[in-house]
Design a protein around this ligand. Structure first.
Ligand SMILES: Nc1ncnc2c1ncn2[C@@H]1O[C@H](COP(=O)(O)OP(=O)(O)OP(=O)(O)O)[C@@H](O)[C@H]1O
Ligand SMILES: [Mg+2]
Length: 597
């Protein structure tokens, strides 16, 4: 296309923030194989729009946002950002300063070793004055909730903290459009809420927001949702339009957001509810109109005593850990941790980002050795220098928070077989690998020989889970294992972990997703700034007065149950699963209670 015509085209379309026209993009693997990630996509985004992008793992979301900010350019078709073609090298700086992209893996975005320096990196490259840089750094760190981290070493930050710092670096460039690629995935519920509020605030201030997420409840407030499937744009519409056809969603590996699913269930009992709510507040307001029908349920509030957990297969005794101990950068991370777990028992480990969960788990497979205090697992005393770590790791499987941190091999098949090989497994490895890949929804033929670096975020996560499944050690340590999985496979993985649990595995599940916690474990330990502040049943956990301070929140189904309870529905407090709450409502209705309002 001649340059002149292109510029003419631009001037007519100056109002558009972003325009894609028949964009195609393929990755070429070292083997020469082409992976077509984006197929003939066209759409426009107006300035100030709030767009959500959803779709299964590998559907092309990350590729698409990288095409938008010019990190990669189309094989054919074009992308126009505020009047500039992303393929026009002369305007790369203009595009980068317009579009701020917070990466799916935030560590890829950190350049400096000190947080403050990292945030200053972008503005420094714009050759701004010292005072302007200082002002931008402080404002950006404040907006992303990372001001308290400003003097910290970037490589020692937890995953959630890294996400905040990455966001600050982007904000410091003062972009007009902010793209978040699964930025909420590693955050604790409170931080997640805060980040969503940040997005809403930026949107109100006129920023264009593009939000890629697997959490479908987060997209209900968007102006428009783009649904990707196998590299194609298959739906582009309002949240109402996108979610009205549940069958079509399934084809794209999507499900209904919880809010809409719960609304659907409630509507069979309370038919006057609307069929679509964009916010939980709106649903709760309508639920509030249901007439009183009885007295509120009593809360038992019985905490499990320390002793209830004291049969020890796994035992932590006054464990403390400080990173960079003895240096001015010393970072106390665990303090006086004491708890025990019996064989075949399972427990959830929850707490704000950076509370020490990953550090605690890494003590159990010998990755970190006790500095102070003791850790024992079965006959292995990890405080002893001569502990047989190799044998220990045959019995203790750790699925890391960031899957790439655990990869040793180049290719998917080798990686999944790795642990089995090192343990001297002699059976038919190929068959084992195939079964494990099937269990995590990775097509064997398509993926077995793929280099790991070429996988999407969620595909990497599936490989990490599959490598655990090949060996199936007795102890299963899961560190935020479901982050980044698309909604359908997320549900399947929960069922899988529950099956493993029923088979008698000892399980510690660290998670920020309160619903996952409820669906898998009955007991939970809360870490707060490196200390255990609570341990008990998950039911009791949700009635703890400090829940908010610990960075946690009650899951949506319990908030709905609580709202109904306040209106006089006597839903028993120990009822924490949505199925049982709906079941209870069904029996009430069978008893002839008229719930119409
Ligand atoms: N560097 C790469 N080299 C080769 N193929 C790649 C590369 N990055 C991604 N792909 C492939 O391109 C397709 C789209 O990947 P992309 O990362 O855009 O998906 P996604 O929708 O962001 O997935 P997720 O939800 O898992 O993050 C996938 O098939 C993926 O395996
Ligand atoms: Mg992605």
């Amino acid at each position: 296309m001649p340059f002149f015509n292109v510029r003419m085209g631009c001037s007519k379309q100056m109002k558009k923030m972003i325009e894609l026209n028949h964009v195609q993009y393929s990755y070429i693997l070292p083997s020469g194989e082409r992976i077509q990630a984006v197929r003939d996509i066209s759409f426009t985004i107006q300035p100030g729009e709030h767009i959500a992008i959803i779709g299964a793992n590998g559907s092309g979301k990350t590729t698409l946002v990288q095409l938008i900010n010019g990190l990669i350019t189309p094989d054919s078709g074009w992308v126009l950002v505020d009047g500039y073609f992303t393929s026009d090298r002369n305007h790369h700086a203009d595009i980068f300063s317009k579009i701020g992209l917070v990466f799916q893996n935030p560590r890829d975005q950190i350049v400096a070793s000190l947080v403050e320096e990292d945030t200053a990196f972008g503005p420094e490259n714009l050759c701004l004055s010292h005072s302007e840089i200082r002002e931008r750094v402080a404002a950006s760190l404040t907006m992303s909730g990372a001001l308290h981290l400003k003097e910290r070493q970037t490589y020692l930050l937890s995953a959630g903290e890294t996400q905040r710092v990455a966001l600050a670096g982007v904000l410091a460039m003062r972009p007009a459009c902010l793209i978040f690629d699964e930025t909420t995935a590693m955050l604790d519920p409170q931080s997640r809420k805060e980040l969503l509020d940040v997005m809403t605030t930026f949107h109100k201030q006129g920023f264009t927001i593009i939000h890629v997420t697997h959490d479908l409840d987060e997209v209900l407030t968007a102006d428009r949702i783009l649904v990707l499937h196998a590299g194609q744009l298959v739906l582009d519409g309002s949240p109402y339009e996108v979610f009205k056809d549940e069958k079509a969603l399934r084809e794209y590996s999507l499900i209904l957001p919880d809010l809409l699913k719960f609304t659907q269930d409630l509507r069979s009992y309370f038919p006057d509810l609307a069929d679509f709510y964009r916010s939980e507040e709106a649903l709760l307001t309508d639920l509030g109109k249901i007439p009183r029908s009885g007295v509120g349920g009593e809360r038992t509030n019985k905490m499990i005593q320390q002793n209830d957990l004291e049969e020890d297969f796994i035992h932590f005794n006054h464990l403390s850990h400080t990173y960079m101990a003895g240096t001015p950068l010393a970072q106390p991370t665990l303090q006086d941790i004491t708890f025990s777990l019996a064989k075949a028992e399972s427990v959830g480990l929850v707490g704000h980002t950076g509370s020490g969960k990953s550090t605690l788990l890494q003590h159990l497979n010998g990755l970190i050795r006790p500095q102070q205090g003791m850790v024992r697992i079965g006959e292995f005393d990890l405080s002893r220098a001569d502990v047989d770590v190799k044998t220990l790791r045959q019995q203790v499987g750790l699925v890391f928070q960031l899957p790439e941190a655990q990869f040793f091999e180049m290719y998917v098949g080798d990686e999944i077989a790795y642990a089995a090989r090192t343990l001297g497994y002699t059976g038919k490895l190929r068959d084992l690998v195939q079964i494990a890949m099937q269990a995590v929804g990775l097509d064997f033929e398509q993926f077995v020989d793929r280099p790991l670096f070429s996988l999407s975020g969620g595909q990497k996560r599936r490989v990490a889970l599959a490598s655990y499944l090949v060996v199936q050690p007795q102890v299963l340590l899961l560190d935020e294992p479901f982050a980044g999985l698309d909604p359908l496979i997320h549900q399947e993985m929960i069922q899988l972990v529950n099956r493993l649990k029923e088979e008698g595995k000892t399980l510690i599940l660290s998670t920020h997703t309160m619903r996952d916690l409820l669906q898998i474990v009955q007991k939970a330990i809360v870490l707060h700034s490196g200390k255990i502040v609570s341990q008990g049943t998950t039911v009791d956990l949700f009635f703890q007065p400090d829940l908010h301070d610990w960075g946690l929140e009650i899951p949506l189904e319990l908030r709905i149950a609580e709202a109904l309870r306040k209106k006089g529905w006597e839903i028993p407090v120990e009822m924490v699963r949505w199925d049982s709450i709906v079941g209870w409502l069904r029996t009430r209705m069978a008893g002839g209670v008229d719930a119409r309002f």
